[in-house]
Design a protein. Structure first.
Length: 202
């Protein structure tokens, strides 16, 4: 029997329902994706790549810097599988480097979904991308607890925040050909802080 767990606000058996949902997903071979509706899962699934892209655009690295930061975004996403091997949320989203074919297929599907999302929101400028990323982070923070354990949610937030930090540290800002400049620009630091607030991270 699963324990009766109370949430922080004292809501009746909210934690119990979340644990039961997660247990059923394991017991009956269900994907954690099935714990959410299609729209919410799309937001969850695309948040890491959205945050990574927004972080890469938040500074003034130029094309070369943005290329390095984009590569760092992919690296940080894939590291999530190693850092949080038991997190069903992250495993369902991050490309697994151990299976190159599956990782490539998942990455291509996410890329296509990301392009479609940009088009549907008519994102054409850096500022619009950053606003969308933060709005989606707030939405995801709101819906995540309904289908995952508290630990899984906390690790997911750590992972997403880590992607933003990793990307922001990938290229220096304000220098020339990598000489001089600062590792994290003011714009990138502001995005990192705003993201943490949007996700409700401590």
């Amino acid at each position: 029997m699963l324990p009766r767990t109370w949430d922080a606000t004292g809501g009746a058996f909210f934690g119990f329902r979340v644990l039961k949902t997660a247990w059923n997903a394991v017991a009956f071979g269900m994907s954690i994706e099935s714990n959410y509706n299609a729209s919410d899962w799309q937001s969850i699934n695309l948040l890491p790549i959205l945050v990574g892209t927004a972080a890469a655009c938040a500074g003034t690295s130029g094309l070369f810097g943005t290329m390095k930061e984009s590569f760092a975004s992919v690296q940080a996403m894939m590291e999530g599988v190693k850092t949080y091997p038991d997190n069903a949320l992250i495993s369902a989203i991050a490309p697994n480097p151990a299976d190159r074919a599956a990782a490539k297929e998942r990455a291509l599907a996410q890329r296509d979904a990301f392009k479609a999302k940009m088009a549907s929101h008519e994102v054409k400028r850096r500022e619009e991308l950053i606003v969308l990323a933060l709005d989606e982070a707030r939405r995801v923070a709101h819906v995540l607890p309904s289908g995952a354990t508290e630990q899984a949610v906390s690790e997911f937030k750590e992972w997403v925040n880590g992607i933003a930090s990793h990307v922001s540290n990938a290229a220096k800002e304000g220098g020339f050909l990598g000489i001089g400049g600062t590792r994290v620009s003011e714009g990138e630091q502001q995005f990192i802080e705003d993201l943490r607030m949007a996700l409700g991270s401590n």
